[in-house]
Structure formats: structure tokens, C-alpha cells
Write a protein that binds this ligand. Structure first.
Ligand code: FMN
Length: 347
């Protein structure tokens, strides 16, 4: 039994990925816990009160472990007014956009969520988009909470280990949704798992979890063979009945193949992988001039909401990983977990 399985008392070395934006539901997390894997609440765009309700609901369901994922605020870049104005002209519905959250407000939101994690003694806390502050790491560890950082390069993984993480989720370039990395590297920091995992396990001593394009036991076996101790799986769970994903989002995943996704910053200002649609194609030439997160995210939100109400995939963010070609129909959490049977010999 590897360190990851032992630390978390799991039946299988699998994490149901946190998926912010209403995709991860408490039903999804509960079914994951029932299935013997680590369920994850995604606090990303949630108000702290809603997160509290979700933590209570999941804690009351089972004694098994689950994690809460939080976004680490960062990148204090403030865009120029003229850049904001030109994006307002380009984005349909941007006149209905809300206020931009200041960096202070983002940190306030972060600390309120950490307080909840401490208060409810959540077993695992994971961080995306950056290194958590030292003081928070100490506080969580004193309460016995296990910590997991997200990284997409070896340099980031090394920093995560130094900061005191108990494990690190390595996100390969195959992964759906936002890139969780945070360092500016000289070259292309989108590295496939087959190259990323061995380099990382050679560089750090904490357990490495592989994320990106993994849909069944073959991907899990490959990740374990490369030296990972577990996998984090997102897109296959998005396609479950327990997921809160929009039906059109699910339908596009069912129809599309692995060559139909790409990484874009056009929706939020942060790089994320999703199925190519009309909005991405029309604005391809503006990728380099997007506003930093959360500004781009705030400006495109009304457009995305209106598109969702109209069942129009052309302007929705259809986040998905490169494994979509092997996902044929809406399914259940139980069925997704069953697809990972056949790993006993390797673990
Ligand atoms: C719709 C969607 C939302 C996501 N939201 C989050 C999030 O809130 N926090 C996080 O750490 N990762 C998030 N991710 C990334 C996953 O943790 C994971 O890296 C990714 O899903 C793995 O690739 P796969 O989708 O091919 O399985 C999201 C992924 C998707 C598809």
C-alpha cells in the first residue's frame, strides 16, 4: 500500500477533482466517499456561507475523508483602464458585469474559507494557483489537516514541498479546466504527464498525484508506473449524473474528441483547457491582450450565463481534458470509479 492510500485510508488511489463553478456538488463528493476515493469540494467561486453548508452536508454523510480546495489569490496586476474599456466593447453583455474583487477582498475570502476548514476539522486542504502563506500552512498542520499543493512544473513542485505540503498534485498539459501553476517559466510550461511525473518524483520526496486526461485503470496504471502514488480525475466526473455541469457542456463532451480542446485565457484571464467553440475562435487573435484574472472572468461572466440560459455552447466555457474521446455517455460516480478496477497488481 503506498503512502497516499495509507495517509487517507482510501480504497483506491483516486481523487475526484474539485471542479469550481457549480460542477462539483455535495452529491458527487458523497458518492466519491462512498466509493472509497477522496471526494473534493471546490470552494473556488463559492461564497463562504455556501462552502460552510457544503462542508456540513458532506461531514454529516460519512466518516470518510474528503478535501476542500481553495484558490490562492495572487498576481496583483491591475489592468489599464483603456484595456478594460476595449474588452468591454468586445464582450457581449459586459455592461451587466459585477465589480472587480480587489486583492484584499480575495484574501479576505481565502482566510474565511481557511477558518471554516479549521473549524470543521476538514481532513485535507488543497491549494490552486499559488503557494499558501506560511502561517496558514502552520495553522492547518497543527490541526492535523493534510495539505496538497497544485503544480504544473518541477520548480513549482519543489516550492510546494519546501512550503510544507504533504503531497503535490501535478497537473499535466492534458488536464481540463484551469492550469493550477503559478510560476513564469522561460519556455512552455505545459508538460505532458509522461515527462512531468518522473522528473517530479526524482526531485521531491512527498507523494505525487497525477492529473490530466486519466479516465480509467490504464491511465492510473501508467501514472503509478511513472512514480505517482495516485491520480486526480476531473472530466470523467463532470459527465456524471451527480455533477452540476450544464447539460450542453456534458453533451459537447460526449460528442467531442481529444483533438477538439485547447488552452485559452479568453474566458477568465487564466489559462484553462476547454472544448473549442465560437467565442474562442472569434477572439483567437486577442489571446495575448486578455485582462488578468479576475478581471476577464468578471467581464465574460454575464455572456457565459446568458449562453447557459439559452443552451448555447458558442459562448460557454466548456472546460474539458484531452481524455474526452473515451467518454461516451452520461454516467454515475460509481460507474466512473468502477472503470479504475484492475490496478491491484500495481498499487
Ligand atoms: C470543469 C473543471 C473545473 C475545475 N476546477 C478546478 C478547481 O476548482 N480547483 C482545482 O484545483 N482544479 C480544478 N480543475 C482541474 C482538476 O483539478 C484536474 O487538474 C483536471 O480535471 C484533471 O484533468 P482531467 O479533467 O482531464 O481529468 C477543474 C477541471 C475541470 C474540468
Amino acid at each position: 500500500m503506498n503512502r497516499f492510500l495509507k495517509q487517507l485510508s482510501l480504497d483506491k488511489p483516486i481523487i475526484q477533482a474539485p471542479m469550481a463553478g457549480g460542477i462539483t456538488t455535495t452529491e458527487m463528493v458523497k458518492a466519491s466517499m462512498d466509493g472509497g476515493i477522496l471526494g473534493s469540494l471546490a470552494s473556488g467561486y463559492l461564497a463562504p456561507d455556501t462552502l460552510e453548508e457544503q462542508i456540513r452536508s458532506v461531514s454529516n454523510h460519512s466518516e470518510r475523508h474528503f478535501q476542500v480546495n481553495v484558490f490562492v489569490p495572487g498576481g496583483q496586476k491591475v489592468p489599464k483602464d483603456e484595456d478594460v474599456e476595449s474588452w468591454k466593447e468586445r464582450v457581449p453583455g459586459s455592461q451587466h458585469a459585477g465589480n472587480f474583487m480587489t486583492i484584499e477582498e480575495q484574501w479576505d475570502d481565502f482566510y474565511r474559507k481557511i477558518d471554516l476548514i479549521l473549524h470543521y476539522k476538514v481532513n485535507v486542504c488543497s491549494f490552486t494557483f499559488g503557494l499558501p502563506p506560511v502561517k496558514i500552512v502552520q495553522q492547518l498542520k497543527e490541526e492535523g489537516c493534510l495539505l496538497m499543493g497544485t503544480a504544473s512544473t518541477v520548480n513549482e513542485a519543489v516550492l510546494m514541498e519546501k512550503r510544507g505540503m504533504d503531497m503535490v498534485c501535478m497537473q499535466g498539459s492534458e488536464a481540463g479546466g484551469h492550469r493550477g501553476g503559478f510560476l513564469e517559466e522561460n519556455g512552455d510550461s505545459s508538460i505532458g504527464l509522461i515527462a512531468l511525473i518522473p522528473q517530479t518524483v526524482d526531485a521531491i520526496d512527498i507523494p505525487v498525484i497525477a492529473a490530466g486526461g486519466i479516465t480509467d485503470y490504464r491511465g492510473l496504471n501508467a501514472a503509478l508506473a511513472l512514480g505517482a502514488e495516485g491520480v486526480q480525475v476531473g472530466t470523467p466526473f463532470l459527465l456524471c449524473k451527480e455533477s452540476g455541469a450544464h447539460p450542453v457542456h456534458k453533451q459537447r463532451i460526449i460528442e467531442a474528441n481529444g483533438a477538439e480542446t485547447r488552452v485559452t485565457s479568453l474566458f477568465t484571464g487564466k489559462k484553462a483547457r476547454g472544448i473549442v467553440n465560437k467565442w474562442m475562435m472569434e477572439n483567437e487573435g486577442y489571446e495575448r491582450s486578455v485582462l488578468p484574472y479576475p478581471h476577464q472572468h468578471v467581464l465574460t461572466k454575464p455572456m457565459r450565463q446568458e449562453a447557459a440560459q439559452a443552451d448555447a455552447p458558442a459562448r460557454m466555457s466548456l472546460w474539458a481534458g484531452q481524455g474526452i474521446g473515451s467518454l461516451g455517455k452520461e454516467t454515475t460516480v460509481k460507474e466512473v470509479i468502477a472503470k479504475f478496477d484492475g490496478t491491484e497488481g500495481v498499487v
